[in-house]
Structure formats: structure tokens, C-alpha cells
Design a protein around this ligand. Sequence first.
Ligand code: NOJ
Length: 559
Amino acid sequence: MTTHDISDRPGMSGEAAPWWKTSVVYQVYIRSFADSDGDGVGDINGLRAKLPYLASLGVDALWVNPWYPSPMEDGGYDVADYRGIEPAFGTLADAEELLREAHGLGFKVLLDIVPNHTSAAHPWFQAALRNEPGARERYVFRPGRGENAAEPPNNWQSNFGGPAWTRITEPDGTPGEWYLHLFAPGQPDLEWGNPEVRAEFEDILRFWFDRGVDGFRIDVAHGLSKAAGLPDASPPVPGAHHTTAHPAWDQDEVHEIYRGWRKVADSYDPPRIFVAEAWVANNERLSQYVRSDELHTAFQFDFLRAPWRAAVMHSVIDDAISSARQVNAPSTWVLSNHDVVRHVTRYARTQPDHLVESHGARLRWGEEPADLTLGLKRARAAILLTLALPDVAYLYQGEELGLPEVEDIPGHLRQDPTWRQSGYTDPGRDGCRVPLPWSGQAPPFGFSPDDAHAAPWLPQPTDWASRTVEAQEDDPDSTLSLYRDALRLRRAHLTSTDALEWIDSADGTLAFSRGDLECWVNTSNGAIDLPEGKILAMSTQSPTQQVLPPDTSAWLVRG
Ligand code: NOJ
């Protein structure tokens, strides 16, 4: 980015609103962030060492993906002990140090809670397999259907492919009941109608809140309650959980659970907060999760599903803001995370003219070769759009480096259960989880120490030398510099009370003002003229004053 004669105005950011209504949150996928001990897996001490980097980036808060003891059948979303730390990631003492240091630098820290399912290795599930009294009532066990009960209890499909039910062998060796797993077989769904489950999770929240954690991202927040009687889904579309009414998802009973969680969060000083991962049919349903006595925020996935097309983005933004406002909640923008194709690569292909639908665990964006130069150009433009929007934004680690999806990981190295459960047809999500490149000319690019005894858990592309933090740090035109500048300008120019007002602009473009800042976005094929004014930021690496080329965004103040 090139910046022009910036004069920051200090002290304007977020004065009127609590932090969680205005923050930029950085998602740390801990396995892939920084490895301190050379085992090829990122860890808490690696994250601690990089806190100054995050401070210099200019984000306000961190969300750390699950760090609990786990067999890692689904990247830690299979939790065996909700009050511990996975040994590969460190110890509880490391976690407490991280919280202390992060708070010392002014960061809030969010953890990830996984309430829909435990790991099959969790003591509760092990007790259920042994059929200890009351143990199966904590999960969703049912007899099978058909002859010899050999058919699953209903037709639900796992999000990763295949049936959502697995039959157990009873302790006496006979074929037994079936248990529900909306994800991998190693992730049995909990029975949230059971008060014991509710009490346990409220206690887990307190365990971490007592250690200073500022809040939680709630994994599959829309999945905890299932329709009474577990009826067949009709039609049985695999994973169609945000397009089709499905008895496994977004049931009204789930809201009572979050009213209880809100009371727990509000009992702390300062109050703790939640962000929901809820893939639901529309924003009307989504806004129910963020009513004032429920959760604080919920990811706006329509924005992530939107193609690089001004008209679609315009309507997504309008709909998201107006529905959030109706319940007095902030909008929560996100372009990438550990489950979706990185947006550099999404934008590198022909763009559909509608929101992209989810099939299984992953959004599909087509198979044609990716034009990564184009994708990066659009991604750079997209961050200026995102950071100009009102309220909260989440960044996914590595997007500030302009990382693309790694699409050529060899099959035998893939770790996402989606790969196996889809019968090796869906490559899964490993491509957005490749360990970060920090420095140097060759893998592990500073992800692991020089004397590491293991390679990074997923292979890094050998041509990532130009994408390392080191390579971008002092280059004013780098994507890292663009993110840093944009975050600094956002703090200086935008306040929580600045409402978005659209400005008339040509087809294929977006323009809006917030306070004295205007954001102009060009998704069309032709350049447009910008109005007179001082350009604060432009996403292209070779800007011409007052002209906005295709696939470029600019921030300006009218002068
Ligand atoms: C959503 C998480 O983001 C994803 O990574 C995980 O596989 C599923 N929930 C199941 O926990």
C-alpha cells in the first residue's frame, strides 16, 4: 500500500462502545502459527514469542483455536479434556503465561469451546461405551432400525461425509446401539437435554473465565439441540445445514442454553463475551443468537460466501447490518478461517453471481486454475472494504501475508477427516491450515526453530520465501504493510458511532462513507474516477491519484 500524507487523529476509537463491539480479532490456528520446540506443531510458547508481531500488526484481540488435550481426529475439535492443554501445545502454566502476557500488551483473548460433541476419548464417552449408569444419557444413543437393528436410527449425514451414526460393540461383544456424530465418528454428539451436560459446560466456562479468558468462540453453536424424536431429514442433503431446514440444526431450544451462558459471562467483571459459529438459513435466524440476553456476536458468513461482485456484497452488507441492528448487536465480518478456502484463492477464479453454498465442511469455488495474482489483488482490496465496515472484524492468520490456499498437498499427507470420510473426493481443509512462513528461504520458513527434529505437520510450499513476515516486514508495498496501515488508519479515523452511508457509484463498484472516511471498491473491469479528496490508502501497489483501477479499493477523506 502507498499512504499519502496521513495525519492520524488519536483517541477516537471505540470510546462509546465496549471492546467486543469494535474489535479486530486475529484468529490463531495454534497448530500452524509458530512452533517453539521443533516438533513441527505450533504451540503456546510459539504464540507467546510472536505476541510482539501481533501487537505491531495492530489487532485488538486473539481467538485461539482449541488447545485442549485431543486425539486430533479433527484438529482439536475432538476434545478429551476441556480443562487441560494438549501436551503438544504446552501446559496450563504456559497458557496462563500467555494470558498474562497478552493482556499486558492490551490484547483480549478468546478461546474456542466445543459443546456439540466431545472426543470419543473423553472419559464420559468411554463410560458410555462401558454402559455405566447414566453415561449414555449424556450422548445421543439410539437403537438401530431394520433387521437386526443394522440400519442407522435416521438418515442424517455427517458433515464430513457418510452416515452421522456409528454402531458400537457392547461390552459383552454383541453389536449394540448407535451413537450420533454430526462430524467424525471420533466426535460423539452430546445430549443437551441432559441437565448434567449443561452444568458441566457452565463449569468449563467458569474454569477459563476464572483464569482471565475474555470470551469464547462457540463451535457449531447452531447444532446443540436436535429436533425431538430425531426425525429423518427431508431431503437428506449432506451438510446442507445453512440452506435447508434440517432437524439437526438451528432448533429453537438452543437459545435457552445461551441464555444460561450469558448469565455466567455477565457474572464476571468485566463481563466475558461470546462469538457464535452458526451456519443458519438467513440473517433473521442468525440475529436470534445475538439477542441481548444471549450471545454477543455471531460470524457473518454471508460475507465470506459472497463472490467478488459489488452487487452481491452490497446486499450482503445491507442485510447483515440491518438484521444485527434490529437486536442491537454488532455485525461481525470475516473473510477467511480454518474451514474455508483462503480468499486469495477464492477470488482467483471466475466469480459466481450469487452466494456460494456449503456442501459438507467446505465451500466449493470451482476447479479451474487459480490466477493468484488476480486473487491477491482482490484480497488486498477486500481487506480495505472489510476494515471500513462498522463493528467487528476477524482476520485469519496468514491472510495478512496474502497466503493462498495450498491446493497440492499430496493425499497421503492430508490430515482433515473430510478427505477420508468423503471417500477421498473432497480434499478437505488442510490447504488453509499450512504452517505460517516467518522467515528464511526454505521450509520450515522459521515456523520451527533451526534445530527442529520434525518437519512442519503439513508441508509448506517451497516458493513461500517471498511471503514470509521477514520478506514483507520492511516493504511498504507488501500485503503485511497494507494490513498494518489499514489497521492503524481504522483506529485513527473510524469511531464506533460512524454509520455506513452508501454513496451512488457505477455498476460493479461500491462506495460508502463512515464519518469523514470514504471507502471505494471497484470489482468491475474498468477504472473509475475517484472524487476529489485526500487518499489515505489504496490497495494497489502502483496507485495513480484519483483513479481506482479494477479490483482495487481506496480510502479517502474529502478535502
Ligand atoms: C467447526 C470448526 O470450525 C471445524 O473446524 C470443525 O471441524 C467442526 N466445527 C466440528 O467441530
